[in-house]
Design a protein around this ligand. Structure first.
Ligand code: TEU
Length: 550
């Protein structure tokens, strides 16, 4: 039997913004639990919760102060147990977000490290170094934080004078752990067990490619060090802080722990921004992580050639290591695909969009986003959805700067808008306060007025709505076992058409038309379409599934 995760569709819940049960304007665990039937009805197999641990929220919870509890803002451990129990009752699996690269500066270990001073065992759990320069006044190396600014912060010594520096690849409030330290390794095995024992079905692994740093923390290439992190990854020159060979031993250890829990099997999914493909596939070897997000697919421009090539390349690559791809189009770190695709193909988007930036063509973006999802959900492998994409939500592109919370915005002195625009609370009911997100109408980030028409209650049961399209696709994918199917190219279509035959329990033709010329559909039953047909033919930026003859 195929392992459940091989073809699962996982829905990412961003807890702050999913559903607020208390009225404080921030989503919480009871809010999620109350909406689990919605996720069951949508037709997903599992949910992944972005971090809900105690945290000062300097990076929306990706700064963990205690790995064995729940933040009061989100609820209690009992609320988490209730969520797990209810999800399992409904046949849904639950993944948590594990953040192993760094802790919060409020974690007991970091506080102890500050108090203990240089050369102490407490500091050895992190990456403290003496600075360069005559008085140690310069950072130990030239690395940059992924959020902008230097990757080092200096702390005072016991006598109040400037002392050592510590490394943080992200915010200064997210000190990097030292994974060469056996205590760190033991601690994370124990954390895995803590949650697996409570019934959690797996973890998404944050910054999976960052845990091990090059020996001696050498300078990065000065010409490349300031590149945004994704560009730094794909430039082809190895970086001393990413994708070091030593990281794989850590995952082999985790796999051993996770494999002790086998009914049901538990899963580890890597967030690893790693290029080229051969390096990326190393994370997916049979004794390492089960899944790793196909970010290269997410980044593929809306053009038939590159899309076709990327699908085939990733299927072949993952097959060579005995697994299947993990497709994704949106998450809490990237501009939502309904907005991304509303710009001309090949546009290099800034990290977040502001009112003064060029605005997307919203209708075009939504049309293409629906087509992109129609393609993705037909593909063999697993797929991750990000909350709200099933409603066709766009990025909030005109959010006032005063309300932004992403440290990227603040660390770049407002140069980079950051990720708040994709993290806006969900619209559930068009006519309720905060569109049903919160009983008091409060919302930690403002919702744009366009969310009203997109509210879940406006779309449920409405033929042709994005919500119903997702339901149809998820049901069809399940019925025809497309996730475990085999994919071949369908011959006979022009260069602007992506055309595949996916043979699950029955053969399904999947077509995406990226050209201006309408395309004839193959004979068979039309299972799903992302847009209206034009005289029976597939229009531009539309996709369809057709159940074809054997
Ligand atoms: O993201 C890690 C990561 O490398 C990027 O997606 C990052 O958000 C981007 O480069 C910023 O410029 C993960 C989480 O998904 C993200 O939300 C966290 O902020 C980050 O780790 C730190 O934990």
């Amino acid at each position: 039997m195929t392992a459940w995760w091989r073809d699962s569709v996982v829905y990412q819940v961003y807890p702050r913004s999913f559903a607020d049960s208390t009225g404080d304007g921030v989503g919480d665990l009871p809010g999620i639990t109350a909406h689990l039937p919605y996720l069951r009805d949508l037709g997903v197999d599992a949910l992944w919760l972005s971090p809900t641990y105690p945290s000062p929220m300097a990076d929306a919870g990706y700064d963990v102060a205690n790995y064995r509890d729940v933040a009061a803002l989100f609820g209690t451990l009992t609320d988490m147990d209730d969520l797990l129990a209810r999800a399992h009752e409904l046949g849904l699996k639950v993944l948590l977000d594990l953040v192993p690269n760094h802790t919060s500066d409020e974690h007991a270990w970091f506080q102890a490290a500050l108090a203990a001073g240089p050369d102490s065992p407490e500091r050895a759990r992190y990456l403290f170094r003496t600075g360069r320069g005559e008085h140690g006044e310069l950072p130990p190396n030239n690395w940059h934080s992924a959020f902008g600014g230097p990757a080092w912060t200096r702390v005072p010594d016991g006598d109040g004078h400037p002392g050592q520096w510590y490394l943080h690849l992200f915010d200064a409030r997210q000190p990097d752990l030292n994974w060469e330290n056996p205590q760190v390794r033991e601690e994370f095995h124990a954390v895995l067990r803590f949650w697996l024992d409570r019934g959690v079905d797996g973890f998404r692994v944050d910054v999976a490619h960052g845990l091990v740093k090059a020996d001696g923390l050498p300078d990065d290439d000065p010409a490349l060090v300031a590149l945004p992190s994704t560009e730094r990854h794909e430039c082809g020159v190895p970086a001393p802080m990413w994708d070091q060979d030593g990281v794989h031993e850590i995952y082999r250890g985790w796999r051993t722990v996770v494999d002790e829990y086998d009914s049901p099997e538990r899963v580890l999914c890597a967030e690893a921004w790693v290029w080229p493909l051969e390096r990326f596939l190393r994370y997916l070897r049979p004794d390492e992580l089960h899944q790793a997000f196909a970010f290269e697919f997410l980044r593929t421009p809306w053009q038939a050639g590159p899309l076709r090539a990327e699908v085939l390349r990733l299927l072949a690559g993952t097959a060579a290591v005995g697994t299947a791809p993990t497709w994704v189009l949106s998450n809490h770190d990237v501009v939502r695909h309904a907005t991304r695709l509303g710009y001309p193909a090949g546009t290099v988007l800034p990290h977040g969009i502001r009112a003064q930036d060029e605005q997307p063509d919203a209708a075009l973006g939504l049309r293409r986003a629906r087509a992109a999802t129609t393609l993705m959900l037909a593909l063999p492998g697993s797929a991750y959805l990000y909350q709200g994409e099933e409603l066709g939500l766009a990025e909030h592109t005109t959010m006032p700067d005063e309300v932004r919370a992403d440290p990227t915005f603040h660390r770049t002195g407002g140069q980079v808008a950051g990720r708040d625009g994709c993290r806006v609370p969900m619209p559930w009911r068009a006519d309720a306060p905060a569109y049903g997100f919160s009983p008091t109408g409060r919302s930690w980030l403002p919702q744009p007025p366009t969310y009203r028409e997109l509210a879940a209650d406006r779309q449920a049961g409405v033929a042709g709505s994005t919500l119903e399209l997702y339901r149809t696709l998820l049901a069809g994918r399940r019925r025809h076992a497309l996730g475990t199917g085999t994919l071949t190219e369908l011959p006979g279509y022009g260069p602007d058409v992506v055309a595949f035959r996916v043979a699950g329990s029955a053969p399904v033709a999947v077509l995406v038309n990226l050209g201006a010329e309408p395309v004839e559909l193959p004979a068979g039953e039309l299972l799903a379409g992302s847009g209206e047909l034009v005289e029976g033919r597939l229009g531009q930026d539309c996709a369809a599934w057709v159940l074809v003859e054997g």
